[in-house]
Write a protein that binds this ligand. Structure first.
Ligand SMILES: Cc1cc2nc3c(=O)[nH]c(=O)nc-3n(C[C@H](O)[C@H](O)[C@H](O)COP(=O)(O)OP(=O)(O)OC[C@H]3O[C@@H](n4cnc5c(N)ncnc54)[C@H](O)[C@@H]3O)c2cc1C
Length: 380
């Protein structure tokens, strides 16, 4: 006999876990199905920033959405830590985008101006700061001579993304949510009884009243079956990890951050190489060289790990949230900042999925925007 669920969430990564958790907290009976360990899993390869700087350039609603998530994060992570007894390494004391050349300074200044202009009367609270101010925020380290300025936002921070994912899935299960691995969804069809039949690769089926397609790189194929378009592409980012050190970096610096466990993460590249998540010596060399330009003493520190992972990149870099017109009750949720947006995904999206209640301007996140604008050449 087919299994049943009120809401079936497809994908147990950063997005599916956050949405599933929010749904069970609202009392829904939820089943999350996840693929096996061969799946591409961005949730397990990311940098862990909770980041507002420059998010939403071109889509003001996304600027506000990111800020809302950042503002909710302390409560969100605090409750998760309390419920699961897991420490998430969450800190939001501000973040820096370090500039090492005149071009980088000019770009950061321009981006701040554009974000402020776009925000109009709403606040976009980022500013340029000089070397002395950088040093006073991060007093314990020696900066390279090329570090002259940085963009700073007090709203930015970071979290341990693996612990976040673990905590979300644990809390989800504590609230009665069911989680099933080795269950790759291959098809979604309406039934004569008014719900949906979801086909799993092992030929079993699940019946659900509502379906949330939140399976990262697996979304485009399933969305198409439900009459929706998900024009995301893979974009590779490579990350290096140092040995563990005493805590020396109180704030994340965009591409350099120290984890709660002491390792320093160095990142991150932006490579258009299709579904290739390998890491390469030349990109790793560039990442390390830039890190040493910023913090020369890192030259003495060992790199112990490196990986590549694939961002799930929409054409304009902004989230895509849609309900299928062809199959009402089937939703699609994707974005390329699933760590940052975990708080809003968990605390805001369930109202839309369960009751179709949407915040003002929420419809701007629909993929219909790609039919109006040509994003082909937009770099993100
Ligand atoms: C290098 C790098 C750095 C990043 N840094 C940051 C950062 O600092 N801050 C930030 O906010 N974001 C960051 N991100 C982005 C963030 O990791 C993603 O936005 C987030 O992981 C997306 O979550 P997701 O659930 O959509 O996809 P995933 O985390 O990939 O999860 C998708 C899940 O769906 C499952 N699945 C796939 N197909 C199917 C199917 N057919 N049936 C069932 N299950 C299926 C997979 O097994 C997987 O578990 C980074 C990404 C990269 C690559």
């Amino acid at each position: 006999m087919a299994q049943t669920a009120e809401v079936l969430v497809i994908g147990g990564g950063m997005v599916g876990a956050a949405v599933g958790l929010g749904l069970v907290r609202k009392g829904a009976k939820v089943l999350i199905v996840d693929e096996d360990d061969n799946a591409l899993r961005t949730a397990r390869g990311n940098f862990g920033l909770v980041w507002t700087q420059t998010k939403g350039l071109g889509l003001q609603r996304y600027q506000e959405w990111t800020r809302e998530s950042a503002a909710l994060y302390s409560d969100f992570a605090g409750l998760l830590a309390e419920e699961t007894s897991l420490s998430l390494g969450h800190q939001q004391l501000g973040g820096l985008t370090i500039c090492t050349t005149e071009e980088e300074i000019s770009l950061s200044e321009t981006l701040i101006e554009q974000m402020k202009a776009q925000a109009g009367n709403l606040p976009y609270e980022a500013e340029m700061i000089d070397r002395q101010s950088i040093q006073s925020l991060i007093p314990g380290v020696r900066f390279g001579d090329s570090v002259q300025a940085a963009a700073y936002s007090k709203h930015d921070g970071h979290v341990n993304p693996l612990k976040l994912l673990r905590a979300m899935l644990k809390s989800y299960q504590l609230h009665g949510g069911k989680y099933q691995i080795n269950s790759k969804v291959t098809d979604i069809k309406p039934t004569s009884a008014g719900n949906y039949e979801i086909q799993i690769a092992d030929k079993t089926t699940i019946h659900a009243e509502k379906v949330v397609i939140a399976c990262g790189h697996g979304i485009p194929a399933l969305a198409e079956k439900c009459g929706m378009k998900c024009p995301t592409r893979p974009q590779r980012g490579q990350v290096l990890v140092t040995e563990r050190l005493d805590q020396i970096l109180p704030l994340p610096m965009g591409s350099i951050r120290q984890t709660d466990e002491g390792s320093i993460l160095l990142g991150v590249s932006h490579e258009e190489v299709g579904f290739n998540d390998k890491n390469t010596a030349n990109v790793a060399g560039n990442i390390a060289a830039r890190a040493v330009r910023i913090l020369p003493d890192l030259e003495q520190v060992n790199i112990v790990r490196a990986w590549g992972a694939l961002r799930i990149m929409p054409p304009d870099g902004c989230p895509i949230y849609d309900e299928s017109e062809k199959y009402p009750g089937v939703f699609m949720v994707t974005n390329h900042s699933g760590v940052t947006l975990a708080a809003v995904h968990s605390m805001r999206l369930p109202e839309w999925i369960l009751d179709r209640r949407m915040a003002i301007g929420f419809e701007e996140f629909s993929s219909l925007r790609f039919e109006k604008t040509d994003y082909a050449s937009t770099p993100h």
